[in-house]
Design a protein around this ligand. Structure first.
Ligand code: ATP
Ligand code: MG
Length: 424
């Protein structure tokens, strides 16, 4: 998340799905996270915390029980410092607009149900109540052991995300600015046992006796659950080894078959009205559009670029672009070089149009510090590296390549993508 805070827009979003297993203890201080416990009540007692669902740099997110409506919801408890509160109010503004304009709940954007302030030992926390959703696409990708989830599933997910983007862009005038697998959640969960409704989970309505408030961040029971989960994962991988690759794959495929792949876009902490852009540098590194890197004007089409990167990742299990600092060149330059190796040379007009163009490009539109590019086009990558059949690679490339146009104005809109033959 983040450029609101001017931290340079790098891949801050480790979040609940990133490398770090949990949010650590550091953030639990004045101005930081609120230390919630199962059984804690919010909004005058209406919402009861059940278990932590995830976390980000700005908040922890809890499964909560809504005693008024008798349903499970997601409760996002923002850190309390002023800037975080400001960001949460901004998110509320955008999500309220998105929820209000979609009375039939068909637009693939998470619904805001309520919001309020909660006073705790670390300060006043703005809280957002949204509908409870399932696993993120990142979890889905990892669940399938980063092998790609199959093109028919990719198509199904792409349709949902495009419906969401078309709604944000065309009907609301919102740019999401941080589209990536972590920020798209399935409506259902991969593991039905984790779904409180399907698993018949009885809501916790009181804090367990003897559970001291404000002490350790992770409760004992949470630790036990984590240890059990780790052991279960170890067992599964052992089984995979003994079954051998093919059998294990069939097993995984069958598991994915049962689940609905309808999904929704979440995390509007960085989203903006297209006519009120706040941050110059947007998006998480790997999903960042070329115009953002060079400091040129961006709009809705920057989300489309991220969408294409995400579709590639769903289909292959690997990032389309994974830039890093290399000897004598920055992450930005490596990123631009990787783009040009896959997509061809950036048009000179585009390359020289940004406020940072001169740092990276000479006046002919060639990179200053990276001279020898090895061209490896998208369809060849799909065939040679990911074993796609020629027709599959061609179909997918026909869909993706136009969205990955260096010139933002040339990229198709979400609506145009929805009409593409590959999806129909
Ligand atoms: P970031 O640092 O990524 O911007 P954030 O603090 O703004 O994070 P979110 O990204 O909105 O928080 O949420 C953090 C995590 O909580 C998500 O990655 C997801 O795992 C979980 N989560 C968020 N909303 C929901 C929901 N409606 N249902 C289920 N889980 C959710
Ligand atoms: Mg997030």
């Amino acid at each position: 998340m983040a450029s609101l805070f001017g931290n340079g827009g790098y891949s801050f979003s480790s979040g609940s799905e990133g490398e770090d297993e949990d949010e650590g203890t550091e953030g639990y201080r004045k101005g930081g996270y609120h230390a919630a416990r199962p059984g804690d009540r919010f909004a005058g007692g209406r919402f009861v915390a059940q278990r932590k669902l995830g976390w980000g740099n700005f908040s922890t997110v809890w499964l909560a029980y809504d005693t008024l409506e008798s349903r499970f919801v997601a409760l996002k408890i923002q850190k309390s410092a002023r800037d975080y509160a400001h960001a949460a109010r901004h998110e509320i503004e955008l999500l309220s607009a998105a929820t209000k304009a979609d009375p039939t709940n068909s637009k693939c954007v998470v619904r805001l149900l309520d919001h309020f302030k909660h006073a705790g030992p670390n300060g006043q926390h703005v809280c957002l109540v949204t509908e409870f959703l399932g696993d993120s696409l990142l979890r889905l990708i990892r669940y399938n052991r980063c092998k790609g989830i199959g093109l028919s599933r990719v198509k199904e997910i792409c349709r949902s995300v495009l419906v969401g983007l078309d709604y944000l862009h065309n009907e609301l005038g919102i740019i999401h600015t941080d589209l990536k697998p972590e920020n798209v959640l399935l409506v259902s969960t991969i593991n039905p046992a984790k779904d409180p409704v399907r698993s018949g989970f009885t809501p916790i309505l009181d804090r367990p006796v003897g559970n001291q408030y404000g002490g350790a961040v992770i409760s004992f029971s949470e630790k036990m659950l984590k240890m059990r989960a780790r052991r279960a994962v170890a067992k599964i991988s052992q089984r995979r080894v003994s079954l051998g690759g093919v059998a294990a794959e069939v097993d995984e495929e069958r598991n994915l078959d049962g689940i609905s792949l309808k999904c929704k876009i979440v995390d509007f902490g960085n989203a903006c009205w297209a006519d009120q852009q706040l941050a110059g540098e947007i998006q998480t590194r790997q999903y960042r559009a070329p115009e953002v890197i060079i400091g040129s004007r961006y709009s809705y089409s920057a989300d489309m670029w991220s969408f294409a990167c995400m579709a590639f990742e769903l289909a292959t299990g690997e990032l389309l672009f994974a830039p890093k600092c290399c000897q004598g060149c920055s992450e930005d330059e490596d990123h631009l070089a990787q783009m040009m190796e896959t997509l061809g040379k950036m048009p000179r007009k585009m390359a020289t149009s940004g406020t940072r163009s001169k740092d990276y490009f000479d006046r002919y539109g060639d990179l200053k510090r990276i001279k020898r590019l090895k061209f490896w086009p998208l369809d060849r990558i799909l065939v040679e590296r990911f074993d796609f059949t020629e027709p599959d690679a061609k179909g997918f490339t026909d869909f993706l390549q136009p969205i990955l146009d260096f010139t933002p104005e040339n990229r198709p809109s979400a609506m145009q993508c929805l009409k593409h033959p590959w999806l129909n």
